[in-house]
Design a protein around this ligand. Sequence first.
Ligand SMILES: *Cc1c(COP(=O)(O)O)cnc(C)c1O
Length: 402
Amino acid sequence: MRTNAARVAGRHFLQIPGPTPVPDRILRAMDMPVLDHRGPEFQRLGRRVLENIKGVFKTKNRVFIYPASGTGAWEAALANVLSPGDKVLMFETGHFATLWKNMAIKLGLEPEFIASDWRTGAEPEAIGARLREDKNHEIKAVCVVHNETSTGCVSPIAAVRKAIDDAGHPALFLVDTISSLASIDFHHDEWGVDVTVSGSQKGLMLPPGLSFNAVSDKALAASKNAKTPKLFWSWEEMIPHNDKGFFPYTPGTNLLYGLDAAIDMLNEEGLDNVFARHDRHAEATRRAVRAWGLEILCRVPEHYSSSLTAVMVPEGFNADDFRAKTLEAFDMSLGTGLTKLTGKVFRIGHLGDTNDLTILGALTGVEMGLELSGIPHRKGGVQAAMDFLVGQARNEARIAAE
Ligand SMILES: *Cc1c(COP(=O)(O)O)cnc(C)c1O
């Protein structure tokens, strides 16, 4: 029972797909006295983060910041643009899409759920076909999860936008980027997204507790007529305060110091480099999984996630037993299978503040955990990942020398 000792040496390997490890620089940035959230120092911070967060969403429009987990920002997105009785079209990418759909029901909306097998991202053709049938434009919004964290499948957002346009349908487009923002490229403005939902504790490398709505002019216009009751989530309440760098209620002041630092870190590395790093660690992970002879849950290679990889365990084995053994022996947390995937998959998070050696450490822990749990596999997954990462490093060195 190594992890039950009074002290476990070294750093815990938090390899779940969020929350993700918080870099020391962000922890230090948050280590500040709590300040007056109506005072001039906060105002400077408020103005800075409200402005600079736009670059991460690739938008020139407003981004609202809530002291809430991602679930809050989901509710904010629905409540601000829709009214009870409104039809919304959602795609069943997995557990998180299902939770968002259930929330829509609780808010009095009428979601229509396009069924899927939890092994692919959303299908633009199916969404376009349904919208073309909706001649009277009863569907008021299309809701898609960009990166389905329960399955490791990414939805093609630009293609869904095109499907909505090709159908000539005026529905709003709402996208959940909670586990993709700052990990997988996303363009709020260019892709014509009306509300982008996100959270702090995944690609943004912050602790849980902040969440976001990036909006379009069309969404702001829709919010004027939306009848779903709200106060805490109301954009209208936020706007006059945000315009001065303030919030209508007490914001998560210390988390905002952290957000300020996180945005700086992302910009210093360069968002394109951040995405390339996530792509590289995802590919290294998939090569390890294939070398072990295990199956990747996502069955559409174009939809592979760069934030996480869900790995299926063979029939007759329980992924949660494997996860428990790996935690106990090697102090590493892996993501569990959610709802209908319980026991069938484990998820390796490779998002946030991860480097080549971190991901190799994680993969080493998985390979040893497989052995310890008696899950049939071949050796050599870590070797396959190392070979890939060395090759990548060699290419980069060559390009740098040219
Ligand atoms: C984590 C996550 C959520 C839920 O966010 P909370 O911060 O736990 O409320 C919703 N959607 C996706 C895609 C997620 O990854």
